[in-house]
Design a protein around this ligand. Structure first.
Ligand SMILES: C[S@@+](CC[C@H](N)C(=O)[O-])C[C@H]1O[C@@H](n2cnc3c(N)ncnc32)[C@H](O)[C@@H]1O
Length: 301
């Protein structure tokens, strides 16, 4: 089996305790259900997903199974070589290439997990959570869920005490989101409510304190956002192009139910650090999308 393997399903394996993943919190015991966070004290076990790093920093997500095999251009690697080993172990594949096995970070999951729709990259996930003031206890409504990358970041932010209601109009994308969130966070219990269907006309029926929109025409949903958001709550919209930002600002102003409306973009530039060659990378992801944040306020009386 090469590259990323399909998860076994949304349910924890029968041999695992019921509570685990996001629901278990940082003090989960060693035997708690998968997934285990990076740095967990347990050795690598069957059913765990690891990220294999080669010497050129290419990364491969692999779910470990007894008797399983990972294959890539550098040869093959028996999963059994990793099972029972400490996280971070380095082993040789059949053609001699070295591979290091680590538990995946949120960034690894975002960049390497299967995707239906385009995902929100980690730099923007972080800014959406920070600029949207999304933390434990928040009630967030999201549209659309897409591949679930942003959903996972929102869920990690709101637990404990909060919840995320996600709308996704495409059944196939909702399936991808469901699988990605289950594999990455484990059981999330009542913290996540994924609703497959159109957000327009439905989102407004979910009272909340944060709305996060990552879809083509966020201005079309402003009446719903006004109905859903309690005064003082925040709208965060993620839009790739300038015309979208302009239409959104026009809509915010016309509604009279928002204050602020600040738009930013976030640029992240990697650095090459090798001996005396310490310089910015030649290539970078120069543009992803703009983040606009506005506050819901009572309409003028
Ligand atoms: C760019 S993707 C979202 C990606 C997601 N934030 C992630 O990080 O994986 C946009 C998604 O919004 C969904 N969508 C667009 N308009 C929608 C609407 N009015 N109601 C529900 N879902 C919608 C699309 O089907 C698509 O999956």
């Amino acid at each position: 089996m090469s590259g990323h393997e399909e998860p076994a399903g949304d349910e924890p394996a029968a041999s695992e305790p019921a509570a685990g993943g996001l629901a278990a919190g940082p003090d989960a015991p060693e035997g708690a259900a998968l997934p285990r966070r990076p740095g967990h004290p347990a050795p690598l076990g069957p059913g765990e997903t690891v990220v294999l790093h080669d010497r050129k920093e290419r990364r491969y997500l692999v779910t470990l199974r007894e008797g399983g095999q990972f294959g890539y251009h550098g040869g093959t690697l028996d999963h059994d070589r990793l099972l029972g080993a400490p996280e971070g172990v380095e082993v040789s594949a059949s053609k001699g290439a070295r591979l290091r096995a680590l538990r995946p970070t949120a960034e690894d999951w975002t960049l390497k997990a299967p995707r239906g729709a385009q995902v929100v990259y980690p730099k923007d996930q972080a800014m959406i959570v920070a600029r949207g003031d999304i933390g434990p206890g928040c009630e967030v409504v999201e549209a659309g869920a897409g591949s679930g990358a942003l959903t996972a970041a929102l869920l990690r932010a709101v637990v404990p005490g909060g919840r995320v209601v996600s709308f996704e109009r495409r059944e196939d994308f909702a399936d991808v989101a469901r699988r990605n969130v289950a594999e990455r966070l484990g059981p999330v219990g009542d913290a996540w409510d994924l609703r497959v269907g159109e957000a327009a006309g439905a989102l407004g029926g979910v009272p909340c304190d944060r709305v996060v929109l990552d879809l083509l025409e966020p201005w079309e949903l402003l009446d719903d956002v006004v109905a859903a958001l309690r005064p003082g709550g925040l709208l965060v919209a993620y839009t790739p192009t300038v015309p979208q930002v302009m239409r959104l600002h026009e809509g915010l102003e016309a509604s009279g139910a928002f204050a602020g409306g600040d738009t930013t973009e976030t640029m992240e530039r990697g650095w090459n650090v090798k001996g005396l060659s310490v310089r910015p990378d030649h290539r970078m992801v120069a543009h992803t999308a703009f983040i606009t944040v506005a506050r819901r306020v009572p309409e003028p009386g």
